[in-house]
Design a protein. Sequence first.
Length: 312
Amino acid sequence: MELRDIEIFLTLAQELHFGRTAERLHVTPARISQAIKRQERILGAELFKRTSHHVQLTPVGSRLRDDLTVGYRQIQEALATAAAAGQAITGELHIGFAGAWSGNLIVAAADDFRTRHPNCPIHMHESPMSDPLSPLRNGNRDLQLVELPIHEPDIVSGPVLFREPRVLAVPPGHPFAERDTVSVEDLADAPLITITEQPQYFLDHHYPHRTPRGRHIPRGPSTTTWQGVLALVGAGKGVSPASARAAHYYSRPDIVYVPFRDAPPVEYGLFWSNTGNTPKVRAFVRAIVEAASRETGSRPIPPSARRPGPLH
């Protein structure tokens, strides 16, 4: 007997009614009748006495019911256990981030994630601004929360989780430091400190070579870390665009943050390797999307809706 035939027999033995058995198993009464007749033919014994008004087990049917019930329950429990194990989120998640505010969002998401998936610990790693994708590619990170844009064939782009106004970090004695706002055109009047080891399209987006009117933007020193950017700005070596939250998280006496009045916002999103689309990655993406929605009061932006403009 196949497992489905056993299920049909045991359900009919419980209901003693072909119609109710068919309803429970979402089949027709004819399907039930055919299955029982086939079982009786194989066993060579009658399992049910049936009339137009009554169905009851024969002695052979009663004995078969008793013998099958315990084994069938064990099979069902084993299948349920296997299904639960297959759907369980276990192992570890290593998540990289750039910027303290991104780390705070990951912490909020991790709290929710651990409640749902206690057997999957979260490990957070601050990522350097330069070459943020290598940890994904070498398997040291499962996810990265970094600034956009990222356009790589082996990297999956998740939703934009939040947007931040763009500011310009300048030293206190700089002429820009006394202004209420600056323009992208003003970048032509100060050396721009840049980050190295980023894709060229990323650099062109955040550190353009020309203003919207075509004026040349001079280059200052470059560095590989955000702390290096701040040190160079504070030393008067140039200026650098930044997220508005930098003013709160990286306040320094040698840095003034001046808002742009005409620059697009800085966008932050999740990324993972196209070979790392695992159940635990998908589960954490859902958790951080929910956390970002609570923080910002709006739904994160899907990749297809992104229209971030460069500075120039």
